[in-house]
Design a protein around this ligand. Structure first.
Ligand code: NAD
Length: 492
């Protein structure tokens, strides 16, 4: 199926007419053909969004919320179908794809409610017979740039709050997952989002993305992706004084103390490290383990990893799906070689799957390194694949110090039964998300999502934090005294 851009309420071909194949990473089959649009397509979408903004910003919030409610209902009705498309297009196993769609459903209903809340506040004026309030206001056109690893959840985390706040949208999804983006925008159209309010432009970051960053018609950029791209996005959009939110990479750790519930820790480690084949921003790629249980945990993990079943995500017994593409295979393997050359012990995995049945997909064996030290590159850099590095520590202080000694700050987790250790960890783990007795993944949509330090630029997504990014404050003073009253002067 050949996909089209959606601009000003019309499904249109890209001006220059180039297309690229959208491939199932598990077997190389073609899922769809994606337009490789150019800057002119992006500019058309921006002007459609600008024009629609004048009307959309005046639509009452509750009405905008009602449309999102319909979006949530449609997503819910089509959850299974969308999840199956997602597994084919992106590779994650079906159960996880269902979860990805569910995040979109949850966000639709949450943001539908924001249509009636969108709370501002009133506050006393310092002068008599004067009223003061602060209201939330739409900003304008939102440029939404997303990665491929959560093809439904991430776009919905951005588009739904943008819309409920009264902004219009130009959406540029990742080239690897266009079909899910297309399905989402079809649903928005069907739910009654007016023409021009959401526009979809497929294409590369360098052609379409760049225009969003620099065109004066775009007021804000919400970006999720790699650190390398994120720095460029911040610099370019910053040059044009656009508001920018960045959600970037992670190097997340699970700490396992010697009093941990081991069974629970093992299940959580496997889910956090090898779920989505390690291609989550919150994936656990470092395991910081108390020396008292280090060898025991290594032995258990080795045997559990050996029993993980690789395969197409639509197959019932598959635990781990493919990586997204050949470049990802090469990158992961390069890091495995780096780990070995740094002196880490390769416990299991360490290469592409050899099974003939998997040969037409991008399957990499779940990999465990032991004997890793905090400074090694495999313990510092984001690999974005099924590679876990075990680091041995003496006590909680050392564990926390190592947890924090990376440039990223997205998610961390600790397994302990000790309430004192728990609260020390909550206070001292320097990440935007902290889990106690749960792995590093599993964010819920009504809490703030995002990371400290190199994981972003301080914004948070989801929950009320999203409202803060997609709206701006207006301070309003109503003087009903009938005379000139000067703040700071007539107050004595
Ligand atoms: P990426 O940076 O390669 O691409 C992300 C998006 O940016 C894509 O749509 C891409 O086309 C676009 N892009 C590329 N160059 C651009 C440019 N010059 N101008 C504008 N846009 C441009 O990232 P990816 O490989 O798609 O995703 C994986 C990364 O995303 C990982 O680092 C992962 O940790 C991160 N991620 C972070 C979060 C989070 O919430 N913190 C969530 C998911 C993924």
């Amino acid at each position: 199926m050949r996909l089209h851009n959606y601009i000003g309420g019309q499904w249109v071909e890209p001006k220059q007419g180039g297309y690229q194949q959208d491939i199932d990473p598990a077997n190389g089959k073609i899922v769809a053909e994606v337009p490789m649009s150019d800057g002119d397509d992006a500019r058309l979408a921006i002007s459609a969004a600008r024009e629609a903004f004048e009307t959309w910003r005046k639509v009452p919030g509750p009405k905008r919320g009602e449309i999102l409610f319909r979006v949530g209902t449609l997503l819910k009705e089509r959850k299974e179908e969308l999840a199956q498309y997602m597994t084919r297009e992106m590779g994650k196993v079906l159960m996880e794809a269902r979860g990805d769609v569910q995040e979109g459903i949850d966000m639709a209903f949450y943001m539908a409610g924001e249509g009636r809340r969108s709370f501002g506040y009133t506050t006393p004026s310092e002068l008599p017979n004067k009223f003061a309030m602060a209201t939330r206001n739409p900003i304008g056109v939102a440029g939404i740039i997303t990665p491929w690893n959560f093809p439904m959840a991430i776009p919905t985390w951005k588009i739904f709050p943008a819309l409920v706040c009264g902004n219009t949208v130009v959406f540029k999804p990742a080239v690897e997952t266009p079909y899910l983006a297309y399905q989402l925008v079809k649903i928005l159209e069907e739910a009654g989002v007016p023409a021009g309010v959401v526009n979809l432009v497929f294409g590369s970051g360098t052609e379409v993305g760049e225009v969003l960053l620099s065109d004066p018609g775009v007021d804000l950029i919400s970006f999720t992706g790699s650190n390398a791209t994120g720095r460029h996005v911040a610099a370019t959009a910053g040059e044009h004084l656009k508001r920018v939110s960045l959600e970037l990479g992670g190097k997340n750790a699970i700490i396992v103390m010697d009093d941990a519930n081991m069974e629970l820790a093992v299940e959580s480690i496997l889910w956090s490290a090898f779920g989505t084949t390690g291609q989550r921003c919150t994936a656990c790629s470092r395991l910081i383990v108390h020396e008292g249980i280090y060898d025991q945990l290594k032995t258990i993990l080795k045997s559990r990893i050996a029993s993980l079943r690789l395969g197409h995500g639509l197959e019932e017994h598959t635990d781990v799906g493919p990586l997204i593409n050949q470049q990802a295979m090469e990158k992961v393997h390069r890091y495995v070689q780096i780990g070995q050359s740094e002196g880490a012990e390769l416990v299991i995995g360490g290469g592409p799957a050899q099974d003939d049945q998997l040969s037409s997909g991008h399957f990499y064996l779940p990999t465990l390194f032991a004997g890793v030290t905090a400074e090694m590159r495999v313990a510092q850099e984001e690999i974005f694949g099924p590679v876990l590095a075990m680091i041995k520590v003496k006590d909680l202080d050392e564990a926390i110090r190592i947890n924090n000694a990376v440039t990223y700050g997205l998610s961390s987790s600790i397994f302990t039964q000790d309430v004192n250790k728990t609260f020390q960890a909550i206070r001292d783990l320097a990440t935007g998300i902290v889990y106690i007795n749960a792995g590093t993944t599993g964010a819920e949509i009504h809490l703030p999502f995002g990371g400290t330090r190199g994981t972003g630029n301080g914004h948070r997504e989801a929950g009320t934090a999203a409202m803060d990014f997609f709206s701006e404050w207006k301070a309003v003073y109503v003087d009903f005294s009938g005379q000139l009253q000067r703040a700071q002067i007539d107050t004595e």
